[in-house]
Write a new protein. Structure first.
Length: 140
């Protein structure tokens, strides 16, 4: 009997913005809500993540629903007590995940608005395909 191997290539059809901000996650959400008029709300359940050693840890997530586009924005902390969501870029404190992916001009305008917020040191677009730990973002 011959073996058949099924190979699945996941699609990374989301936008990813890296945010450096020396503050707690709820405080970042408060500033973004206040200055950009969004409504980030903490999700009831924390998200399970597995690090390279296979250890499980959980991170909080904050969600803003975009009714007009039938999409969502999520704020995810990079650093948790047991590891990093994306250990290859430890200088990033938070990720903003956009589903579906924004067009380039909207993303550029949004990043410019984020960089105007005092508590944020920098925000920039990240290509999910360039990350080794990109599979950690497939939970959405």
């Amino acid at each position: 009997m011959s073996k058949k191997i099924l190979r699945i290539e996941p699609e990374y059809d989301f936008g990813l913005i890296g945010i450096a901000a020396a503050c707690r996650d709820y405080r970042l959400c408060w500033f973004i809500n206040k200055y950009l008029g969004l409504q980030f709300i903490r999700e009831e359940k924390d998200l399970p993540i597995f690090n390279d050693q296979g250890d499980r840890f959980e991170i909080a997530s904050f969600r803003h629903k975009i009714e007009a586009l039938e999409g969502d924005l999520y704020i995810l902390p990079n650093n948790a007590t047991s590891g990093f969501l994306a250990p290859e870029i430890k200088e990033i404190d938070f990720f903003m995940l956009c589903t579906p992916e924004m067009n380039k001009q909207d993303e550029k305008d949004f990043i410019k608005a984020l960089n105007q917020i005092d508590i944020i040191q920098t925000a920039y677009a990240i290509d999910p395909n360039s990350l080794k730990s990109k599979d950690n973002f497939l939970i959405f």
